[in-house]
Design a protein around this ligand. Structure first.
Ligand SMILES: NC(=O)c1ccc[n+]([C@@H]2O[C@H](COP(=O)([O-])OP(=O)(O)OC[C@H]3O[C@@H](n4cnc5c(N)ncnc54)[C@H](OP(=O)(O)O)[C@@H]3O)[C@@H](O)[C@H]2O)c1
Length: 356
């Protein structure tokens, strides 16, 4: 029997950039033909949520209306659109919704479009809090690792560096480099996270707070070898003076941030528009190598299915530093807590909001 949907759904939204978010209640629409309605149990927070909240970009794209916060979610399907195949009410799903019009997942209900918004069945071994912590970061890690040279993807034994290895994206880069491509992984993090990064699978760790990173990476190379892939999840340009010694010409340097280091400013490929140095580096890398790219995540459901499969086989670990409660309660300090975690930039794994 079809579930009767409640008349309204509560969401955390904001109007102008950086204006205090508030909880609103809006009519809950039934699913359009290709949509699901999902009752959200948990939503994860990513740095991009804070960057969009602070920038005028969402306002420019979505206009003056209320804009939602959050991209990741995990929940239960409560209604299925007329043309949707393969999903039914009661299915537990996790996924990503990135709408330029500003629909957020810190909401009681979301409307993913099947075939467009990445989503997959939640592995039974993950709680909703764990599953919500996965989509955006794992889809980004998959796109970073795609830059491994083809022979290393096929035969394994590549050497990969992950800067920001203890963060949301970094911990997946470390895990997937080991599990999917049998690489030797060097993680860059602070000393307090060294054991954690080793537990994720890193063979070596460089502490950026006490070592010269370029020099430590060079010392970590066996004679005659260079690295195949440098994944930057932090931003900045300090490493470039050592880049041509660290990487061979067929290797790649990929960044998901770019040259900027300010946590609350938008990064990613958009910064090609504002920073010509990155464009020159890209062209230079294309001609002479190593390749340089500032990249975006791959928004693909099959990659979420792949990671769910790894989880079911006990081969993927999700780490949530804190589950914040009360984010949809008026007067709660939950948003402030979330914002401070994200602005601080020292989260181990992920911060998740429970949607009660
Ligand atoms: N282009 C895209 O598609 C895309 C997708 C996802 C994310 N991003 C961007 O990528 C960045 C990382 O995202 P995230 O979710 O992984 O962030 P995150 O989880 O908030 O990263 C926090 C981690 O960064 C580490 N860290 C901070 N400074 C560091 C440094 N100098 N060297 C090494 N590690 C350092 C911290 O470790 P310690 O405490 O040990 O310092 C902490 O574990 C953000 O700027 C985000 O906006 C882009």
């Amino acid at each position: 029997m079809a579930t009767t949907l409640p008349p309204t759904s509560k969401s955390l939204t904001f109007l102008a950039p950086a204006s205090p978010p508030h909880v609103i209640s809006t009519p809950l629409a039934p699913p359009a033909a290709s949509e699901l309605v999902v009752k959200v149990h948990a939503a994860a927070i990513n740095p991009v949520d804070i960057q969009l909240y602070n920038s005028g970009l969402l306002g420019w794209l979505a206009g003056k209306k209320e804009k939602g916060i959050g991209r990741d979610y995990s929940g239960t399907v409560v209604a299925v659109g007329a043309s949707v195949k393969g999903w039914k009410e009661g299915d537990e799903v996790f996924g990503l919704i990135t709408r330029p019009t500003g629909e957020g997942t810190i909401s009681e209900y979301v409307h993913p479009v099947v075939g467009k918004d990445p989503l997959a069945k939640k592995p039974t071994c993950w709680t909703h809090e764990l599953a919500a912590a996965v989509p955006l970061v794992v889809l980004t890690a998959f796109s970073c690792l795609d830059w491994l040279p083809a022979d290393k993807k096929k035969n394994g034994f590549g050497r990969v560096v992950v800067a920001g290895a203890s963060g949301g994206v970094g911990m997946w880069c470390v895990q997937l480099a080991k599990k999917l491509y049998n690489c030797h992984v060097t993680g860059i993090c602070s000393a307090k996270n060294a054991d954690f990064v080793r537990e994720m699978g890193a063979d070596e760790v460089v502490d950026y707070t006490s070592e010269f990173v370029g020099q430590a990476l060079l010392e970590g190379l066996p004679a005659g070898r260079q690295y195949d892939l440098y994944i930057d999840c932090v931003g900045g340009t300090e490493i470039f003076e050592d880049l041509y010694t660290l990487l061979h010409p067929n290797a790649a340097y990929v960044t998901i941030v770019g040259d900027k280091t300010r946590r609350t400013a938008m990064g990613g490929p958009l910064t090609y528009l504002t920073n010509p140095a990155q464009v020159l580096r890209f062209i230079k890398g294309l001609i002479w190598g190593p390749r340089y790219a500032n990249i975006l995540l791959y928004a693909k459901s099959e990659l979420l299915e792949q990671v769910a499969g790894l989880a079911e086989r006990g081969e993927a670990e999700v780490v949530v530093q804190e589950v914040v409660k009360g984010v949809l309660e008026d007067g709660s300090d939950a948003w402030k807590k979330i914002y401070d975690f994200m602005e601080g930039g020292r989260v181990r794994g992920k911060i998740v909001a429970a949607i009660e």
